[in-house]
Each structure stands twice: as C-alpha cells, then as structure tokens.
Design a protein around this ligand. Sequence first.
Ligand code: SAM
Ligand code: SF4
Ligand code: SF4
Length: 369
Amino acid sequence: MDTRADLESPDSASSPASPTRPQMSVVDRLDRPLHDLRISVTDRCNFRCTYCMPKEIFGADYAFLPRSEVLTFEEIERVARVFVSLGVEKLRLTGGEPLVRRDLPVLVAMLAAIRRPDGGPLDLTLTTNASALRKLAEPLAAAGLGRVTVSLDSLDDAVFSAMNGVDYPVAKVLDGIAAAQEAGLGPIKINMVVRRGINEASVVPMARWARDAGVTLRFIEFMDVGHTNGWRMDEVVGADELVAMVDAVMPVEPEPPRYRGEVATRFRYRDGVGEVGVIASVTKPFCGDCTRARLSAEGRFYTCLFTGEGHDLRAILRDPAVTDPAANEATLRDAVAAVWRVRDDRYSEERTEATSSSLPRLEMFAMGG
Ligand code: SAM
Ligand code: SF4
Ligand code: SF4
C-alpha cells in the first residue's frame, strides 16, 4: 500500500517538528497508542539461527538488500524523529544483526540526541547476538546507547552451535555480555528462544546463570515468523511449562506489569534475588496492548510482526519533488499517523495452525525482530 494515498490525518498540521510543538499522539482502531519503534538497520547477519535465517536458505547466493536500498543514517534519524513526534518514547535497534552495520555508534549518537515533545530523553536500546560487543560496547555507550538485550539460547556449546548455525562459541557471547556490563549498558536482558527437542535442557541452567550474573533472562516462545523456519505448534514450549521448570528448582511468583504494552510476563524469585520473564506470544498473546511499530532496513513501516504488508516510507524520504526537509517530515508524519489510525492487527490472538501456514509474511530478520 502506498502510504501517500491515504493522507487524511485531521490533527496533523503541516509544520515541522520543534521542541515546543505539542505532542500529537495517535491511537489505532483498538485504542493502542504508538509507543515503541523497532528499527532494523540491516537485513544481514553473521549468524544463521535455525529459527530465523536457516543456512540452507540463507546461503552464499542469497540476495540481501543492495546498499542503495538501505536507509541512510540521516533517513533513519528523520523517520525516528517523526515517530517520536507521534508519541514514540522507546527506540530499539535491531536487524538482522545491528552490529554488522558499519559506524553504528554514529547512528546511535544521532538518535540519542532526539528529544520527546516534552523535552525528555528517549529509551534507546539494541538487540544483538553480542558477537561484536567486545569491540563496540564502549563506543556505543559513549554515543548514548542506554542498554542492550543479548540473544543466547544455551550455555552448552553443542546446543548453541547447532542453533546459531555457524558454530559460534558460547564463551564469546559471554565475553560480549561482560563487555556490555563493563561499559554500563545495563540492565542487560537476555533473550532465549526455546524450541522443543532442541534446547529445553538449557532452560534451568540458563535461569541459574542469569541470576548469578545479574542479568534478566527472557524465554521466548518459538514463533511462526516468516516462512522459512519450519514452525510447528508442537515445537513450542509454552510459558506455563517454562515457568514450571524454573519454579521446580528456584521458586518464583508473578510480578505485575510495569507499564501497558510490556512484552514479557515477569516472575520474581521468591528469595528476592532477581527475576525471569517469558515472551509468550504464542500461548498467551498480548496484541491488546501492542504499541510497537517496525521499520525495515529498506524503509518499510510495519504495524505487526506477522504481516506481509509494509508501508513504503523510503519513497517519501527520497521523493525528488520535495526538497524542503521540514515539508518532507510533515508528509512522513501524516503518512505514519494515517497508517497507525487504521491499524487493527491482532495476529497472535487469531493464530491457528492454518493461518500460520497460509498468510503472506516477511521474515523477522528483514522487518526487525
Ligand atoms: N540479531 C539480533 C539478535 O539475534 O539478537 C537482533 C535481531 S533478532 C531477529 C531479534 C530477536 O528475535 C532475537 O532475540 C531472536 O532470538 C528472536 N527471534 C528470531 N526468530 C525467532 C523466532 N522464530 N521465534 C522467536 N524469536 C525469534
Ligand atoms: Fe541473526 Fe539474530 Fe536472526 Fe540469529 S536471530 S540469525 S543472530 S538476526
Ligand atoms: Fe503486536 Fe502483531 Fe505481535 Fe499482536 S501479533 S502482539 S499485533 S506484533
């Protein structure tokens, strides 16, 4: 859909953003505000996780985006400013693997300088496989990154190698996490995708390690994103089962959500030391509070992780007829607001095995997980 075709936002005056401009927050058809933006800075990755970019499909001859089609840092910053003017308070850099994008700290500094309409700073975070954190944690922190989430699916090298697809050793991820801790990029969260028959035996050791290391573990139910990971419902280890596994050895109790739209269901250890969470998008969907938008590396705006349909913001950014940056920003703002207002996505609440295989969908690494 061409976003410029449905510009009808009644409350979006066509003047540039400024710190004094009042906030023009938008809500969708289900009364969900626009609060988070996940920005994919690249569709490339140095890992080949079986659940995300299986190496049989994403081999040497796979055609990733040419550089000219990927948004520049200036374009990303402009889009981010527009989303912030519409109510976004949290930016998460992702991918693909965000750390493979050259000069990422330069982009982080540009985004860290953006202020909310009330003058406050943004919550600026990044999700990474940690492979380049030893080198980049300090420059990223110095540029203004707030914290990181690291993906790690097992502490067992044989299991982790099989899942990351490139024989990447656990020790190097742990070293990347240590580098992030040294650079002050905390509180650090760890994402662990759990797939039945592959890494359930890693659940309790990961929980124990995370608690001792002072990081917050989030189990993620294996999701049916994209069409290449061979998803089947019987490979999903559900939230209740995951929590029971941990509770049996380290008792936990539920924690209330801290804010609307919090993705993880949280549990605190009964002895008062630490917490663990589950992102249960399959067995306990949370679409009702979903306030997240996604921007792909090529500048398409997605209102749901499970959609094949994106809205082309790059066409607006690169419109040769509009040379005034303020006018271009105003057009972008109108387009984004118009798309959000008509959003009614609730895929996970409607998911069945049948819809899972039949819907057109983009891969997660392409739209920004
Ligand atoms: N490369 C970075 C990383 O792995 O952290 C960022 C991008 S990755 C697509 C973002 C998150 O999505 C990771 O935590 C990853 O484990 C998760 N993910 C990818 N495919 C998934 C799937 N099929 N089900 C559940 N989580 C998935
Ligand atoms: Fe790469 Fe992250 Fe996908 Fe793994 S989950 S293949 S690290 S983008
Ligand atoms: Fe949000 Fe779509 Fe996920 Fe529901 S399925 S929580 S609407 S991204």
